[in-house]
Design a protein around this ligand. Structure first.
Ligand SMILES: [Zn+2]
Ligand SMILES: [Zn+2]
Length: 134
């Protein structure tokens, strides 16, 4: 499926070919601070299936010291943006997708053991106490 997305101010726009309809929700404390919510929901795609349509130069990347974690956000409005997941794939914040995401569904919850006390999971996604395990 082809999804398109953007930040709240519209400076950054992207599109991607997403193979799997799986949404991953990370409940860790770092993602919670980033979003201010119970975690972050992301979709994955291959690097070569992702295209910035405009505003890539307005993306700010912040690497958390001593952690394998980075924040990707619009330097104008602060919206979460796609970033590098590993050497060959990208993650896309599911909430930034504005069209084409109708078939997406929550498939996995990760780092559930470190979730907020008030975080109640109420969908069919698989529970992973820590990192994703296939
Ligand atoms: Zn923006
Ligand atoms: Zn996380």
């Amino acid at each position: 499926m082809v999804v398109t997305g953007e930040c709240n101010c519209g400076t950054v726009v992207f599109e991607a070919d997403v193979d799997e309809p799986d949404v991953f929700i990370c409940h860790c404390s770092i993602c919670r601070r980033f979003t201010g919510s119970n975690g972050i929901a992301v979709v994955l795609c291959k690097n070569d299936a992702f295209r910035w349509l405009r505003g890539e130069d307005k993306k700010t990347v912040w690497n958390k010291p001593n952690a394998q974690w980075q924040a990707n956000f619009c330097s104008v409005c602060g919206s979460a943006l796609p970033g590098s997941d590993n050497i060959d794939s990208m993650f896309i914040p599911a909430g930034s997708i504005s069209s084409g995401g109708e078939k997406l569904r929550v498939a996995h919850h990760i780092w559930v053991d470190s979730g907020a006390a008030w975080d109640v999971i109420g969908d069919q996604g698989r529970i992973h106490a820590k990192a994703f395990k296939a």
